[in-house]
Design a protein around this ligand. Sequence first.
Ligand code: SAM
Length: 279
Amino acid sequence: MASLSFGLYLVATPIGNLKDITLRALDVLRQADIVACEDTRTSRTLLNHYAIRPPRLMAYHDFSDERQRQTVIQAIQGGAAVALISDAGTPLIADPGYKLVQACHDQGLPVIPIPGPCAAVAGLIMAGLPTNRFLFVGFITPKDLDWPRETTVVGYVSCHDITKVLSALQQRFGDQAQIALCREITKLHEGTFRGTPQSVSEALSLRAAQDPKIMGGEWVLVAHIAAQVLDPQTLESEIKALVQAHGVKQAVALAQGLWDVPRKTLYAMALKVAKDPSP
Ligand code: SAM
């Protein structure tokens, strides 16, 4: 590889298996003038594994480090190639970097992605749920489950929240949710639990009774919530409420995301209720 030109390189690193790193990522890390990372001790383990000794290794976090951000910007302005990595996976995905990337663009400095592992994408492709349309929701908490239907949702779950998130999902969506909980992806104890929130919860409890350590580690949750099935009368009154709040066009668009009903039928219903003067 020719020597690196100046700019900010966003370098994806392994999420477990150290072999999951691209040749290009290694080239960039070997040649960067500065490697900026979340935790210098964590990143040194990866760099040592590949015998990479950057001239400068510095810590960077979006929210505490205005000074660090300026240091990086000035270094790039001075001609440096800076590689940004996170503890694992793709920087900026539930990890620091967005403010730095924004600052580089504001200053007209090159931003170069070096794609590779990302736990969300790895979880999504191993889940066995639809992949044509998905939404990444960052870290999932039991209180924040306002998810669309018919769109696969992918997020990270702390091992301390797994049980609470599963029971919140069960309460909110019941058997309309099909989920996959993927753990320790690319690591020794990689595995997936698939089913409804309740069946996954039961399977996990059984496994935990034999092996309590199963509840630890790192987890990705993938969920697909089926469209709601409503009887025609309820559907009509729901559409009426939508039409009154948003008008016909918007109501049809919203209804399409909620119920598995053809657009033509929704549109006809919306027009009918729009003409109906009763409240
Ligand atoms: N930027 C990273 C990426 O691209 O995957 C994600 C960083 S986020 C701070 C860390 C969370 O990602 C973990 O708490 C866990 O939910 C998920 N994660 C990371 N590595 C994982 C793995 N090997 N298996 C399952 N989940 C993982």
